[in-house]
Ligand binder design. Structure first.
Ligand SMILES: *[C@@H]1O[C@H](CO)[C@@H](O)[C@H](O)[C@H]1NC(C)=O
Ligand SMILES: *[C@@H]1O[C@H](CO)[C@@H](O)[C@H](O)[C@H]1NC(C)=O
Length: 418
């Protein structure tokens, strides 16, 4: 049945609202395959503008549909909308390495999250990553509140960030910068979904986040209704690399079903890994959620990439959440159930959110604080440090056959003077 399952690909936000025993393997939501968007990768050294223009005029002459999209010409890749006759023409062009159908992301879900009244209590997710064992002690003393993540950039590839929320203000100035908006519509960087605001909050919020002094860079790939594409994720990473902004932590809480056993997905896996390698070589640290499919994370992008830190979700009782993807591709686990975080609907509003989407920014926040005290940490040194610091054996429901690690994120208290 794998072949069939593979056709039902999707890229979805890693949000969910339950934390139960592993249910039966849930199929990824059926993606809308009714689109004619293709990613065309050129052979090494070919000029994308030249090839694009040649193909476009050839298509026009022959009456084929061949439309460039917004991110149509980036490095050696172009994304085009075309009909099947144009597809045949493009596939056989000498300069073209491979043509793959874009992977559509699901339209984002409605908001299943619980609005809560703000309190002064230390959020449980911060409390938990600051101690080895339960019960919680009500404190979060990882590093100095005045400098956690100071001068570190966290790039949030998501649905935008509500920059006016109090969780992102420092001395009356927002720490959010809108770097790129691939979607448009609602206004540059405007979060009409809430997912990106919550991710930013957990990574770097003043009340709900780890690196409360970090700068947040918003790269928006999700809107409120129409979903998006895997090519947008690649474009977003490329945009960060090409922006000239200093290296930092890139958190991308999205997932696409893309198993290596299916040839259809191999070009995607290859190209994503090549891009992730470039990002890592440029000094970035990439962090993603494992996915909420109650499945093995190795079948999903970006979770399966060896150049990305992949984080599964745990509960208040130190259980791996039933929805969380598991297996050897998950590097470690972090709280991912009912995390209080900034809401996109009001500047002081708070919501409880669940999903590996929110485990990833917790670890991203830890990475940002670590980078803040040691800017020589690259991907492999950071991964080593995060795994070395993590609490070994805290999770109570790890099953050996799943090849999952039993590591829970932990922030070894930082000493810094600021
Ligand atoms: C900083 O990180 C490097 C690894 O990149 C490590 O060798 C070094 O000991 C770290 N420095 C401190 C002060 O922790
Ligand atoms: C990462 O840092 C480690 C230790 O500081 C170093 O040995 C290694 O070569 C670096 N890797 C890259 C890709 O820069």
């Amino acid at each position: 049945m794998r072949g069939l399952v593979a056709l039902l690909c999707c890229l979805c936000l890693l949000t969910t609202s339950f934390c139960v025993r592993h249910p039966a393997r849930t199929l990824p939501k059926v993606a809308n395959q009714d689109h004619n968007r293709y990613v065309v990768r050129l052979k090494e050294g070919k000029d994308v503008r030249h090839v694009h223009d040649t193909l476009a005029s050839e298509a026009e002459l022959k009456g084929h549909t061949f439309r460039r999209t917004m991110e149509s010409r980036k490095r050696n890749t172009m994304v085009v909308e075309m009909d099947l006759t144009a597809l045949d023409m493009v596939k056989t062009h000498d300069d073209v390495e491979v043509v793959v159908k874009d992977i559509r992301l699901d339209p984002p879900q409605g908001n299943p999250d619980v609005v809560m009244t703000p309190t002064d209590d230390v959020p449980w997710h911060l409390d938990r990553i600051n101690q080895r064992a339960l019960p919680l002690d009500g404190a979060f003393s990882f590093g100095n509140k005045c400098c956690r993540g100071r001068d570190v950039n966290i790039y949030v590839i998501d649905s935008g960030i509500r920059d006016t929320h109090v969780d992102f203000q420092r001395n009356g100035v927002s720490r959010v910068v809108h770097l790129e908006d691939i979607i448009g519509g609602a206004g540059f960087g405007t979060d009409c979904l809430g997912h990106g605001t919550a991710v930013a909050s957990v990574a770097a919020g003043g009340s709900y986040g780890v690196s409360n002094q970090a700068s947040l860079f918003d790269v928006r790939i999700f809107n409120c209704v129409d979903g998006t594409y895997l090519s947008h994720l690649e474009y977003a990473i490329t945009a960060i690399l090409d922006s000239g902004s200093p290296p930092g932590i890139i958190v991308m809480s999205v997932t696409a079903f893309a198993p290596a056993y299916d040839d259809e997905y191999v070009p995607w896996i290859t190209s994503f890994n090549a891009l992730a390698t470039q990002a890592v070589n440029a000094g970035h640290i990439l962090v993603t959620g494992a996915g909420n499919d109650a499945d093995f994370a190795e079948y999903y992008l970006p979770a399966s990439s060896g150049f990305v830190i992949t984080v599964g979700a745990s509960s208040k009782k130190d259980k791996i959440c039933g929805f969380s993807n598991i297996g050897y591709a998950v590097d470690l686990y972090a709280p991912g159930y009912a995390l209080p975080s900034a809401s996109h609907t009001g500047d002081t509003e708070v919501v409880l959110r669940s999903g590996t989407s929110f485990s990833a920014p917790l670890v991203a926040g830890l990475c940002a604080s670590l980078l803040g005290v040691n800017d020589t940490l690259n991907h492999s040194a950071m991964l080593d440090k995060i795994l070395e610091d993590a609490t070994d054996g805290a999770l109570i429901n790890v099953e050996a056959w799943t090849e999952s690690v039993n590591l829970l994120a932990y922030g070894t208290p930082l000493l810094h003077n600021c």
